[in-house]
Ligand binder design. Structure first.
Ligand SMILES: NC(=O)c1ccc[n+]([C@@H]2O[C@H](COP(=O)([O-])OP(=O)(O)OC[C@H]3O[C@@H](n4cnc5c(N)ncnc54)[C@H](O)[C@@H]3O)[C@@H](O)[C@H]2O)c1
Length: 327
């Protein structure tokens, strides 16, 4: 399968803005949908528009042979049906009518499997049933995937779904794990502060690193992914005939324990470890056997690499890009 011209929606987003330069380097011609944020990447054709405009997808996919659909909104009750669900439906339907489309890549999410909100008796593989965690965003990820599944069954549309874990770029992991703002993702540590030893950090604006523990003290286990591994997975999937008509997990090389994470950040930044008990947290890990075998996916950035990159980002004066991802 030879793909040359790819349209990317969500081009200004966290994943889109990292993927497009790699697609260009690999020799693809890229058309990018620009919505709110500017797509500040040279060498792409820009199409401006809003996915709630039903006539847009047809224009987007015209003369393209590949689609990477990343655009969406997060916890937004007003918009998620129109942009995520109807927007994806219109993209799929436009592809059905476009004669040249050889591959449609859908951004899926591990949110569709509920991550830490539900118990997971075994690592989450691709056969794990949809079971979104509460909220509109995760709900829409299941609806998007269900539409993709039906477009494969009903019309044999050549779809590859990539189910990303929580994607870490810039200093995201520090914004998540340390107590001082900026704060990113869930849980929100201040909401878990029950005793005076914990509360003092927020009252006095002191820094520390959170160690999430289950009742009884066992540290939580979680699986996330670096943006550079996500980019690798997408590039491996594009034009890969073996990837069609199915879904793949995309996560980091291994899950991490909040104990390991807290110790490493504590040593690196010389800040104390603060324990937070969270009784709704269930350990989870993502099974990557299928992605490794079929896509040749080989994630490289483990939790230490994610932390090192985040520290480097701060040291070099990097400014965080605003993100709405719930984590
Ligand atoms: N970031 C993560 O941790 C993560 C994890 C799993 C899955 N995903 C999935 O990957 C995809 C991309 O995520 P992201 O983190 O890059 O998102 P993002 O929030 O950073 O970017 C979203 C993009 O969608 C565009 N958009 C929003 N509303 C639009 C509209 N009405 N019309 C057209 N475009 C619109 C925005 O302009 C932006 O470019 C999403 O489908 C998301 O569910 C992301």
């Amino acid at each position: 399968m030879k793909i040359k011209n790819i349209v990317v929606t969500g081009a200004s987003g966290k994943i889109g803005r990292h993927i497009i330069p790699e697609l260009l380097k690999a020799g693809y011609t890229v058309r990018a949908l620009e919505h709110e944020g500017p797509v500040a990447i040279d060498g792409v054709e820009i199409v401006k528009g809003d996915l709630s405009d039903e006539s847009l997808p047809e224009k987007l996919v015209k003369d393209m042979d590949g689609v990477i659909h990343l655009a969406n909104v997060k916890e937004d009750r007003e918009k998620f049906m129109n942009v995520n669900v109807r927007g994806t439906f219109c993209m799929l339907d436009a592809c059905l009518k476009a004669p040249n489309i050889k591959q449609y890549i859908q951004a899926g999410s591990d949110a569709r499997a509920g991550i830490f909100y539900y118990p997971h008796p075994y690592p989450i593989d691709e056969t794990y049933p949809h079971s979104a965690y509460p909220g509109y965003y995760a709900f829409s990820k299941v609806l998007e995937e269900t539409m993709c599944e039906q477009y494969i069954i009903q019309y044999k549309l050549p779809i590859t779904t990539l189910r990303f874990s929580w994607v870490h770029a810039e200093d995201d992991i520090l914004a998540h794990a340390t107590l001082k703002p900026p704060n990113f993702g869930v849980p929100v540590w201040e909401e878990l502060a029950r005793n005076s030893k914990q509360k003092i950090y927020f009252r006095k604006k002191l820094d520390g690193v959170a160690k999430l523990v289950h009742p009884g003290g066992r540290p939580g286990l979680r699986h996330i992914v670096s943006i550079s591994d996500v980019v690798d997975a997408v590039v491996l999937a594009v034009g890969n005939e073996a990837s069609l008509y199915q879904a793949f997990n995309v996560s980091g090389p291994a899950p991490f324990s909040y104990d390991t994470l807290a110790k490493y950040i504590s040593e690196k930044l010389d800040i104390p470890i603060v324990e937070f008990e969270y009784d709704v947290f269930h350990d989870f890990q993502i099974d990557l056997s299928k992605s490794r075998q079929i896509l040749g996916y080989n994630p490289k950035i483990d939790i230490f690499g994610i932390i090192d990159r985040a520290i480097e980002f701060r040291k070099s004066g990097g400014q965080r890009t605003d993100t709405k991802y719930p984590g």
